[in-house]
Ligand binder design. Structure first.
Ligand SMILES: [Zn+2]
Length: 488
């Protein structure tokens, strides 16, 4: 229908930029705007993936670095794409310049929210350090088979894939057996006043659903092959703790023993060397059972020994040392992240502070962690203080639901029989808030990605392999179709 004026402005430069960095014909990318509904055959997913790539490139060019986010521009762009397809989107205002967007395909006149399927992705991205990028982070540059740009994976890639799958259902007039809802959220990276917490508080009825697919899990590649598919069904919980040291301020020419900087540094050093006790949640236990046969014999032996009384502790150490991800999946973690002290080079400050970013296993208490750290630091000059706004722990999503089984079945089939394993992410997603509202939410970024690509996600030169993007769009389409479309 009507393009939002912004859409015209944005689509143009994207097509040009794609063209500027690589010959479009060589890349197999159309220079035209998305194909019209009548020309897209249901059995041919290729045009869908090409449209999705254009949308992704356009979205990368709309800078939604958070802070400040400014997601409204991207929300309007997405709304414009939906409108052009004859779908009626709704922009949901959250704060000045910050919006989410929702749209629904109805299966019947009587909505059944408990059956509905929600496709979720977030509009905002983490910021960039432009000086460390080899390309313009907002240029949507195509180079060597990759699309570069902030958000290419996290989470504009998934956003474009969701959009493609959702629009594909509309274009093909699919007989959906449940409402399918598209939701693009704001402030996911900040978790503040425009985040899904606010969205749920203000607009829950507009996207209430029984099932959701979101980011959170990944298709993990190893040695050029998909090793396994991690389907996120639970996530850790974040909290921040301040470490505050106090001492006597004075002239730096006459040092004293109660220097706050020295006490803080000693406390942070002790905390940095600390490992919290291991606890296996049901999901992590199943994850390790599934991963052991995929690893080499030596590490598999230790993974299988982690629960044994005689060798358990040693095995847990070996496995923790082998992978920061594994380490963080089996215990609460504490990472010192920010230090602040001092007003001048020649003044001993009265106070020195550090921030600890704590990630708790679901069900663990921040107070227990702080008690343990207090005993460890054991310094009356140092206090630990839990900062407000700690995230809430959510119950895990079921590993027996039809949707979970469908995700695992389709993904495993589409990725050459690689196993699909339940996954508890060490990072946060919007799914925790959905799970707190009885949504069976699962995380799967459907693109097969190497560790090297995954590492760039919040780092420099974020990029997505073009082939992985196409494959992911197709896999997501199959997951949604096989769950939500009635075949005759
Ligand atoms: Zn994300």
């Amino acid at each position: 229908m009507n393009w939002n004026p912004l859409v015209k402005i944005i689509v143009g430069p994207a097509a040009l930029l794609l063209g500027a960095c690589a010959p479009l014909a060589a890349q197999g990318i159309p220079q035209s705007t998305p194909a019209s509904p009548t020309t897209t055959a249901p059995s041919d997913p290729a045009p869908m993936a090409r449209d999705a790539l254009v949308w992704l490139a356009d979205l990368i060019q709309i800078n939604t670095s958070n802070p400040p986010g400014n997601e409204q521009l991207a929300a309007k762009y997405v709304a414009g794409v939906l409108q052009k397809e004859g779908i009626k989107p709704e922009i949901l205002e959250l704060a000045p310049g910050r919006s989410a967007v929702v749209a629904r395909l109805r299966s019947s006149v009587v909505p059944e929210p408990s059956k509905a399927l929600l496709l979720v992705a977030h509009l905002d991205t983490v910021p960039v350090d432009k000086s460390r990028w080899t390309v313009d982070p907002f240029g949507a540059v195509i180079k060597d088979g990759y699309l570069y740009g902030r958000g290419a994976i996290d989470d504009k890639g998934m956003l474009a894939a969701n959009l493609a799958v959702f629009i594909g259902l509309k274009r093909t007039n699919a007989h959906i057996n449940r409402d399918v809802i598209f939701l693009a959220t704001a402030d996911e990276e900040g978790g503040g006043d425009a985040s899904i917490r606010a969205l749920i508080a203000k607009y829950w009825d507009k996207f209430a659903a029984g099932f959701a697919i979101n980011e959170g899990g990944n298709v993990f590649m190893k040695n050029g092959k998909v090793q396994y598919i991690g389907v996120q069904a639970s996530e850790k919980v974040a909290a921040n703790v301040s470490v505050i040291a106090h001492g006597t301020s004075g002239h730096a020419s006459q040092p004293t023993k109660d220097n706050a900087v020295v006490h803080l540094a000693a406390a942070v050093a002790k905390i940095g060397g600390y490992s919290a006790p291991v606890r296996f949640t049901a999901i992590v236990r199943r994850y390790f059972e599934g991963i052991a046969p995929l690893e080499d014999d030596e590490i598999a032996k230790w993974i299988r020994s982690m629960d044994t009384p005689d060798r358990g502790e040693h095995a847990q150490r070996v496995v923790s040392d082998a992978s920061p991800l594994w380490n963080a999946m089996m215990r609460d973690t504490i990472a010192p992240t920010v230090l602040s002290a001092g007003v001048a080079n020649n003044v001993i400050p009265a106070e020195a502070r550090a921030n600890l970013n704590v990630r708790l296993l679901p069900g663990d208490s921040i107070n227990t962690v702080v008690n343990d750290l207090n005993k460890l630091v054991n310094d009356p000059a140092v206090k630990l203080q839990v900062e407000p706004n700690a995230a809430l722990a959510a119950p895990p999503s079921s590993l027996d639901s039809d949707f979970y089984n469908e995700i695992c079945r389709v993904a495993s089939r589409e990725f050459g029989g690689a196993p699909a394993l339940p996954f508890q992410s060490t990072w946060l997603t919007d799914s925790a808030q959905l799970r707190l509202h009885n949504v069976q939410a699962y995380g799967l970024v459907p693109f097969p990605l190497s560790d090297e690509d995954l590492r760039r996600m919040h780092g420099d030169d974020e990029r997505i392999p073009l082939g992985a993007f196409d494959k992911g769009v197709d896999v997501l389409r199959k997951i949604v179709t096989e769950f939500a479309v009635t075949r005759y």
